[in-house]
Design a protein around this ligand. Structure first.
Ligand SMILES: C[S@@+](CC[C@H](N)C(=O)[O-])C[C@H]1O[C@@H](n2cnc3c(N)ncnc32)[C@H](O)[C@@H]1O
Length: 249
């Protein structure tokens, strides 16, 4: 099962281009080597995938969003529409990489099982995604507005944000050795404000209100100003990241 989502490459790069930018740091954990076969899981429109390719690794990108896969292919990436819960690769990758995608996948055991199957023995699984407490203020505000406006609260926070212990347990249960795993608070500047972030990441919550969607956006923003907007009007989201490097034993 996958969280309900909507993606558009133009608004993704314009309003949340920092997602791939921050992901560059995770590549230093992956250390792609020339000639390695690497799977980018939830590759999106492929900005980071291209960077992995620049190391002369042979990269395959998979993503559930058809529009993102079309954009990725247009930039020369070997990308495919695939649900990460149903990976069919068999012992063919030296490494699986993922940035900012695993929290959208709501059955992590199925995903990790598929990653395990996709890797060669000794293969690496390196990823970063939302950790426990990620965007807690934002989702609390959305739920409060959802109660006021009699909405479907499950659309406010559909994600899987595990603790370090929870995710390390899933990895070890599937035969991985966890070499490094950490969770950290990463206040994240939203260059185009909170509304554009909400529109990219959580449109389904607001769309449920039809002609009252603007009212819902205004209420959520008003609730968040004291916590996430500084004196200069700069929005800073309360991101928590979980990053790990694991190896298939
Ligand atoms: C925030 S984007 C990150 C994209 C890219 N990795 C990056 O760093 O820019 C999350 C991605 O996860 C993908 N995704 C979500 N659920 C998925 C699933 N079940 N299978 C494959 N991809 C999925 C989305 O389509 C989206 O491209």
């Amino acid at each position: 099962m996958t969280a309900k989502q909507t993606w558009d490459s133009h608004s993704y790069q314009r309003d949340t281009g920092f997602v791939a930018k921050y992901g560059e740091d995770v590549l230093s954990w992956l250390k792609p080597q020339s000639g390695e076969r690497i799977l980018d899981l939830g590759c999106g429109d492929g900005v980071l995938t291209k960077q992995i390719m620049s190391s002369d690794a042979l990269v395959v990108g998979v993503d559930a969003s058809e529009s993102f896969v079309i954009s990725a292919r247009a930039s020369g990436i070997n990308a495919h529409v695939v649900d990460a819960h149903a990976l069919e690769f068999d012992s063919e990758f030296d490494a699986v990489f993922s940035n900012a995608a695993l929290h959208w996948m709501l059955e992590p055991e199925k995903v990790v099982e598929g990653v395990k199957r996709a890797l060669k023995p000794g293969g690496r699984f390196v990823a970063e995604f939302g950790g426990f407490g990620n965007v807690a203020a934002v989702t609390t505000a959305m739920k409060a507005v959802g109660v006021q406006m009699d909405g479907d609260l499950s659309l406010a926070s559909p994600w899987f944000f595990p603790t370090v212990n929870q995710y390390a347990g899933i990895l070890t249960d599937h035969g991985f050795r966890v070499d490094d795993i950490t969770s950290f608070y990463r206040p994240t500047v939203l260059p185009n404000g909170m509304r554009s972030w909400l529109q990219v990441m959580r449109a389904p919550f607001f769309e449920q209100y039809g002609t009252r969607a603007d009212e819902a956006y205004e209420k959520v923003e008003a609730a968040l100003i004291p916590t996430l907007c500084d004196n200069n009007g700069q929005w800073i989201a309360d991101y928590v990241r979980l990053r790990f490097a694991a190896r298939l034993m």
